[in-house]
Design a protein around this ligand. Sequence first.
Ligand code: NAP
Ligand code: ZN
Ligand code: ZN
Length: 348
Amino acid sequence: MQTRVYAAASASAPLRPSTIERRAVGPRDVQMEILYCGICHSDIHQVRDEWGGARFPMVPGHEIIGRVTAVGSEVTRFSVGDLGGVGCLVDSCRTCTFCRDGHEQFCEHGAAGTYNSTEMDRVTPTYGGYAQHIVVTEHFVLKVPPNLDPAGAAPLLCAGITTFSPLRQWGCGKGTRIGVVGLGGLGHMAVKLAAAMGAEVTMLSTSESKRADAQRLGAAHFGLTRDESTFQRLAGHFDLLLDTVSAKHDYNAYLRLLRPFGTMICVGAPAEPSPMSAFSLLGGNKRLVGSLIGGIPETQEMLDFCGQHGIVADVEVIEAKQINEAYERTLKSDVRYRFVIDARTIGT
Ligand code: NAP
Ligand code: ZN
Ligand code: ZN
């Protein structure tokens, strides 16, 4: 079937309305009419080819909530009319150790990304959620708790799982002193999730204007990182730091804020590398670790956790024609706290 999309023709072109072909619904496929799709900063990095390896035309979007419109004969978990969610992955080999353990993002054969990637045949390009419809194999479609607002739930499919997974892995819980660096899409989800897990959250932000919001989202404290005294005041304070910053910054300065044996988790993915001194880790046996999205079982666990705690993203719902403007505002850190496209406006 043909579906209307917003696509970029090259790394320097704006996103424009276009049409692509979606595959016919196979026995294990779920077809959805997309309702909402979040704008992740990774969409901007990729569409502008900041990480390298961009494929054009590109239809970004991996924070997708849709209404099921057709299911294949072997599909058991979804029926027409159900809500479904799709995140950053649309397929993987399902048989390697990592797939079997539910870490499909590390599939030994290379998982199929939702866009800027290929299906497992390594030939057919994948196109993402800035679209009216999508067809995805059942295993990669998530159940969305019905009590969650669908627009606010869309960002959970990337921003939610990307922050939930490392918080769980590194033991965020009651009494953990955690600093969340950067209050954007990922950062605001991290604050909500860590607070719901019982942690004492400090927001570390370059934007004084976000101080009140940080508190409303669940942060007990706020540190302005443009102010050098913040780094002196909070030296040696945190058990965990979750760094969501999208642009080049100094990791060494943040590592000084960790207590001995503390862990700093990088989820932000700046295009430019930043120098790291070994001495930032040696004193205090500190760890600097990374985390990439999350696998399918953990994504479902995160959605269920959000359903139980009534957690969704704070969103600004936009029409498709505002996508390019939303990109510019995101780059200026002017986002409160996720832009979400109303997919019904894509075809108009
Ligand atoms: P976003 O909404 O644009 O938020 C990024 C925030 O970082 C900004 O709001 C700003 O917060 C802060 N910031 C921006 N420039 C800065 C600078 N020069 N110095 C210090 N702080 C700065 O982006 P997002 O969608 O949350 O994504 C954040 C990053 O995570 C991106 O690089 C994205 O590609 C990456 N990502 C990684 C994964 C993964 O699997 N690891 C998944 C999704 C996204 P303040 O105004 O509070 O300072
Ligand atoms: Zn993302
Ligand atoms: Zn695999």
